[in-house]
Design a protein around this ligand. Structure first.
Ligand code: ADP
Ligand code: MG
Length: 580
C-alpha cells in the first residue's frame, strides 16, 4: 500500500515534457481561485457601501465589477479545465505507450506466470483511473486547497475571533476525513484487485467458448463468475459505505460548525463590532472553505485509488526483463552461414525448475544441413526451437550460431536469422495479406502472393469473396488447421531467413496438400540450415541427419538407415508413426 506521494516521482516524469502546459494550467487555477476570493470582497462592498449605505450609483459600479470578475473567473476555469483534461489524456496515452513497450520486451516466462486478462485490466482500467485523476480530481483537490487556504486567510482578515472559532472546529472536521480516507484507500485496492480477477476470468472463459459450451460447462462458469462478481460487490459495498460515511461526516460537522459560528457573528453585528457586509463576506468565505474541504474529502478517495492503480502500473512497467540483449552485443558475420553448435545444453522451464526438459544435449550442425528431429511427444523438440531463438536462458551449456554464443548477440538480430513455422500456426485478426506480410513487413503485394502460391495457400485465399483483403481471426474468417498452416508457411517463405525451423509444419494438411507444400518447402530449404520436427517418414528420409530425442536426451544421431540399425526406439517409431 503506497501513499499518493510515493508514486508522484514516476508521474511527474510523465508530466515533465509538458511542463509549460502544467505551469499554465496551474496559473489558471490560481487565477480562478483568486478571483473567487475577490468575489467575497465584492459581496462585502455590495452590502456595506451599496446596500446598507443606500448608494445606488456605488451599487451599480460594484455590481458591474462583480460581473467582470465572474467573466474572468469563467475564462480561467475554461483554460484550466481544458489544459488539465488534456494533460490527463496525454499522460495516460504516454503511460499506455510506455507500459506496452515494456510489455513487448517481457519473455514468455513472465506471461506464463500472469494471466493476460489481468494485464489487460491493469492496462485499461488503471490507466483510465489515472487519467481521470490527473485530468480532474487532482486539479479539483488543488483548487480546493487554494480556495480553502485563501478563504481562511480572508476570514482571518475579516474577523479574527470568528476565525479562531472556525479553526477550533477544523480538527473536528479533519480527523474523520483522515481516518475514513485511510480506510477507503485500503478497500479500494482490494476491490480493484477483485475486478482484475473477474476480467481475467471472463477473458479465459470467453476465449475458450467452444470448449466451455462443448463440455456443457456454462452452469459451472456462471456460478464461478457470479461468485467472483459477488466478491467485487462485497469489496465495493464496504468501500461505498466508508465513502458515504466520509461525505456525511464532513457535511454534518462543517454545517453545524458554520451555524454555530454565524450565531456568534450575528451577535457581534448586533453589538456593532462587525459590519453586516463583513459578516456576509465572512459567511461567503466560510461556505467556500467548507465546500473546498468537502471537495477534497471526496476526491481524496479518487486520488488514493489512482495511487493504487499507479502502483500496479509501475509494477508492470518495471517488471524485470529476464531475456535481454547484452549491453554490447557480439557481431555476427555479415553473411550468416547458419552453423549451429549445441554444447552440453540443459534446460528446465523456470516455472517448473525441478523438471529437466533437456539434458546435456550436444550437436554440431553444418551450414545448409537439413536435420530432422524425431521422438515421442514431450521429448523436448519444441523446447529446443525455443532455446535456439533464445526465448529462455539455458540452465547449462550454450548454443553457438556461426561460432558466436547466441546469448552474446543482439536479441532482435539473433531472432531475425530464423524463420519459424510453429506447431500451432498463429493467425492475427487482420487481412490475409497482412497476416502473410508479418514475415517481412516491407514485402510487396506481389511477393506476398508469390509466397502464398508456393505455400499452396493462394488457391483457398482466392476463393474468399475478398481474396487477400479478407479479414481473418477474431472478427473475420476462421481458417481450418491446414489453411492456418499454409498461411504460416507462406509467412516463413516470405521471411526467407538463413535458418528454418519447421515444427510439425504440415501436420494438419491432408496427404495431397502436404505433398504439394512439401515441394515448396524443399525449394525453401535449399541452401538454408533447416531443423524439421516431423513425424512422417518422407520428410525424415530426405534429411541429412536425424536427431532422436526422448525425455530431453539425445538418444541417437544419424541417417535413417543408421538409426534403423542402431536404435530400437527409432525402429518402433518408424514402424508405428512414420510409416502410417
Ligand atoms: P515436444 O515438442 O518434443 O513434444 P516439448 O518441447 O513441447 O516437447 O515439451 C517438452 C517438455 O517440456 C514437456 O514435458 C512439456 O510438458 C514441457 N513444457 C513444454 N512447454 C512448457 C512451458 N511453456 N512451460 C513448462 N513446461 C513446458
Ligand atoms: Mg512439440
Amino acid at each position: 500500500m503506497s501513499a499518493p506521494y510515493a508514486v508522484m516521482p514516476w508521474l511527474l516524469g510523465f508530466l515533465l515534457p509538458y511542463r509549460r502546459r502544467v505551469i499554465l494550467a496551474l496559473l489558471c487555477l490560481l487565477l480562478g481561485s483568486l478571483s473567487w476570493l475577490a468575489l467575497g470582497q465584492g459581496v462585502r462592498l455590495l452590502v456595506d457601501e451599496g446596500f446598507v449605505a443606500n448608494n445606488s450609483a456605488r451599487l451599480n459600479q460594484i455590481t458591474l465589477a462583480i460581473l467582470l470578475l465572474c467573466a474572468l473567473t469563467s475564462l480561467a476555469v475554461f483554460c484550466r479545465f481544458y489544459l488539465m483534461t488534456w494533460l490527463g489524456e496525454r499522460v495516460s496515452a504516454d503511460i499506455r505507450n510506455r507500459v506496452y513497450q515494456h510489455m513487448l520486451k517481457l519473455s514468455p516466462t513472465f506471461y506464463s506466470q500472469m494471466r493476460t486478462g489481468e494485464v489487460i485490466s491493469r492496462f485499461t482500467a488503471d490507466t483510465t483511473l489515472l487519467q481521470s485523476v490527473v485530468g480532474s480530481s487532482f486539479s479539483m483537490a488543488l483548487r480546493s486547497a487554494v480556495t480553502a487556504v485563501g478563504g481562511l486567510l480572508m476570514m482571518a482578515l475579516t474577523s479574527f475571533k470568528m476565525t479562531a472559532l472556525v479553526l477550533l472546529a477544523v480538527p473536528m472536521v479533519l480527523l474523520p476525513i483522515i481516518m475514513l480516507g485511510r480506510k477507503v484507500r485500503k478497500l479500494s485496492r482490494a476491490s480493484q484487485d477483485k475486478l482484475a480477477d473477474v476480467g481475467a476470468y471472463v477473458d479465459e472463459s470467453l476465449h475458450e467458448i467452444h470448449t466451455v459450451q462443448a463440455y456443457g460447462h456454462e452452469a459451472v462458469d456462471k456460478q464461478q463468475f457470479a461468485s467472483r462478481i459477488e466478491q467485487v460487490m462485497q469489496a465495493a459495498r464496504q468501500r461505498i459505505f466508508y465513502r458515504a460515511l466520509l461525505i456525511a461526516a464532513v457535511m454534518l460537522l462543517s454545517i453545524s460548525a458554520m451555524v454555530l459560528i454565524s450565531w456568534v457573528g450575528a451577535k457581534d453585528v448586533m453589538a456593532g463590532s462587525v459590519s453586516a457586509g463583513e459578516l456576509t463576506a465572512f459567511m461567503f468565505y466560510a461556505v467556500m472553505v467548507a465546500g473546498s474541504a468537502a471537495t477534497i474529502s471526496e476526491v481524496i478517495g479518487d486520488i488514493q485509488r489512482a495511487a493504487g492503480a499507479t502502483e500496479r502500473l509501475i509494477e508492470l512497467a518495471s517488471a524485470p526483463v529476464d531475456i535481454a540483449s547484452p549491453a554490447t552485443p557480439a557481431a555476427l558475420p555479415a553473411a550468416v552461414a547458419g552453423a549451429l553448435s549445441i554444447r552440453r545444453l540443459s534446460f528446465a522451464y523456470p516455472q517448473v525448475a525441478d523438471k529437466t526438459v533437456l539434458q546435456h544435449l550436444s550437436m554440431e550442425i553444418e551450414p545448409g544441413e537439413r536435420i530432422a528431429l524425431v521422438g515421442p511427444s514431450g521429448g523436448g523438440k519444441t523446447t529446443l526451437f525455443q532455446l535456439l531463438q533464445r526465448f529462455y536462458q539455458p540452465t547449462a551449456g550454450q548454443i553457438l550460431l556461426d561460432g558466436v554464443d547466441i546469448s552474446t548477440l543482439d536479441l532482435a538480430q539473433l531472432r531475425a536469422q530464423f524463420a519459424l513455422v510453429p506447431q500451432d500456426a498463429v493467425i492475427f485478426a487482420t487481412s490475409v495479406l497482412e497476416n502473410v506480410r508479418y514475415g517481412r513487413p516491407d514485402a510487396s503485394e506481389q511477393e506476398v502472393i508469390d509466397a502464398c502460391v508456393a505455400a499452396r495457400a493462394d488457391e483457398f485465399i482466392r476463393q474468399f469473396s475478398q481474396g487477400y483483403a479478407t479479414q481473418l481471426g477474431e472478427r473475420g474468417v476462421r481458417l481450418s488447421g491446414g489453411q492456418k498452416q499454409r498461411i504460416a508457411i507462406a509467412r516463413a517463405m516470405l521471411a526467407n531467413r538463413p535458418l528454418l525451423l519447421l515444427d510439425e509444419a504440415t501436420s494438419a494438411l491432408d496427404a495431397i496438400s502436404e505433398q504439394q507444400v512439401q515441394q515448396a518447402l524443399e525449394q525453401l530449404m535449399q541452401g538454408k540450415t533447416s531443423l524439421i520436427i516431423a513425424h512422417r517418414l518422407s520428410t525424415v528420409i530426405n534429411a541429412d541427419r536425424i536427431m532422436l530425442l526422448d525425455q530431453g536426451k539425445l538418444l541417437a544421431v544419424g541417417t535413417h538407415q543408421q538409426l534403423l540399425q542402431q536404435s530400437p526406439l527409432y525402429q518402433q517409431l518408424a514402424e508405428l508413426q512414420l510409416l502410417s
